[in-house]
Design a protein around this ligand. Structure first.
Ligand SMILES: Cc1cc2nc3c(=O)[nH]c(=O)nc-3n(C[C@H](O)[C@H](O)[C@H](O)COP(=O)(O)O)c2cc1C
Length: 215
């Protein structure tokens, strides 16, 4: 069986990952790689603009069709510990459109203002919106990683609506106290925050020791 293919035996825990057309594709690929490294099964949905952002920000090698080789080349063979099932965002009949699917939680990384508005108002027009709605109705963990600046009042209100409905709002705001040197360090930080929010341990950034570590 091909490592990382949907033919592999399904690991016990599944997590959904939605990728939309906000800037920050690297946050999505680092989060996906980290989930796979943990041996998880990832139900992946990438919106049309999410696909465009992957290509625009990370290059032609980061298309959906090439995602596994891209992740292996960038993050190492550890990603083959997990499996991915790629869904069409148009498929509202996919397994994860139902609460009967045992998905532990979902993250939307990055989350556009458009998709956040749809989640805030329960629109469920595509699979990302529907899977997010399922997480809220089943009271499972939904982590929304919005990226926009500045934000309008409707956008801020939509964030509050999502939080009131039970989602965790985890803005794409990497910290600098861990002395990042590269863009990958910033992506590691965000992916670590997202894994923590989903309830997974990780070593993507060092725990805060009370003072800045200089090397
Ligand atoms: C290059 C590019 C960058 C974008 N960056 C953002 C962004 O950071 N935040 C955002 O909310 N929308 C951004 N957009 C707009 C969204 O892609 C657009 O609203 C789209 O309809 C979102 O659809 P989706 O949520 O289904 O992916 C960007 C679009 C492009 C083409």
């Amino acid at each position: 069986m091909a490592p990382g293919s949907a033919d592999s035996p399904r690991p016990r825990e599944a997590v959904a990952l939605g990728v939309t057309g906000a800037s920050g594709a690297m946050y999505a690929t680092r989060t996906l790689a980290a989930l796979l490294e943990r041996g998880l099964h990832v139900e992946l949905i990438v919106s049309e603009y999410g696909r465009r952002l992957l290509r625009d920000e990370l290059g032609d090698q980061a298309t959906i069709e090439n995602l596994l080789p891209f992740l292996s080349a960038k993050y190492g063979d550890g990603v083959s510990a997990g499996t991915i099932n790629v869904h069409s965002n148009r498929d509202l009949g996919a397994t994860i459109a139902s609460g009967s699917h045992g998905c532990r939680g979902m993250a939307i990384v990055p989350c556009s203002m458009k998709t956040m508005a749809a989640v805030a108002h329960g629109l469920s027009r595509n699979l990302i919106e529907r899977a997010a709605d399922v997480m809220l109705k089943e009271q499972r963990r939904l982590v929304i990683v919005p990226r926009e600046t500045p934000m309008s009042l409707p956008q801020l209100r939509n964030m509050v609506l999502c939080a009131e409905a039970g989602a965790m709002i985890l803005p794409a705001m990497p910290a600098f106290y861990q002395q990042p040197r590269t863009l990958d360090d910033l992506a590691d930080f965000m992916a670590g925050k997202i894994l923590s929010a989903l309830g997974f341990e990780h070593q993507l950034y060092p725990a805060w020791t009370g003072q800045v570590e200089r090397s």
